[in-house]
Design a protein. Structure first.
Length: 204
């Protein structure tokens, strides 16, 4: 048992050191949402549903009703394990951690350590900008939809800043499982999820 705990501690320590070292490469081409910023009310809705403790936690939130899943942990997966390819030894570790995550995503806590590092290195406003531009919003017409701006155009046919509040709530409702709660392919599931989110917003 002790050996297992020591091995786990070593694994997490290496993951943290790698995330710290790889941060400059990870954020080099980080997309920004400045062209389609969320309004204060949209930010409020997003955080109420997805990460109520966002401004209080350090990357993970155990007691906020989200478990370890936070906006920061989702962003960490995109930043460190997404499409960007790192070079050299940093890239070798990236391929390893991608393999571990693909194999054991439900129990692997390496990404959670990466979230802690990301939160130390990237401010909360920058995290929101990057998340808003990168969040996966399902597949439409054979293409992945990434970010709220693209989702607004894909699903509502208009820019993000022209969405009604309820339309934006619809986008946020999709995040949990974008293809299951797809407004075009699965409208019944989408409406059911939207009702759940509206109840959640009213109760907060």
């Amino acid at each position: 048992m002790l050996a297992l705990l020591l091995a786990l501690a070593g694994y997490l320590a290496v993951a943290a050191a790698w995330a710290w070292t790889a941060f400059p490469a990870a954020v080099q081409n980080l997309p920004q949402a400045s062209a389609v910023p969320l309004s204060p009310r949209q930010v409020e809705i997003l955080l109420q549903v997805e990460d109520p403790d966002f401004y209080r936690h350090s990357g993970l939130s155990v007691f906020g009703g989200q478990g370890l899943a936070t906006i920061t942990s989702s962003l960490a997966r995109s930043v460190y394990l997404g499409e960007a390819q790192f070079d050299g030894a940093t890239g070798a570790f990236q391929r390893f951690y991608r393999g571990v995550f693909d194999c054991c995503k439900k129990i692997d806590i390496g990404r959670d350590v990466m979230a802690l590092v990301l939160d130390r290195k990237l401010g909360k406003p920058q995290q929101l900008d990057a998340y808003s531009a990168l969040v996966y919003m399902g597949t439409q017409e054979g293409r992945q939809v990434r970010g709220f701006g693209a989702a607004a155009l894909s699903y509502y046919g208009k820019p993000l800043d022209r969405l009604s509040e309820q339309e934006f709530v619809g986008l946020v409702a999709m995040i949990k499982a974008p293809n299951l709660y797809h407004p075009v392919r699965n409208p019944a599931q989408f409406v059911q999820r939207l009702m759940q989110v509206n109840v959640q917003l009213r109760n907060q």
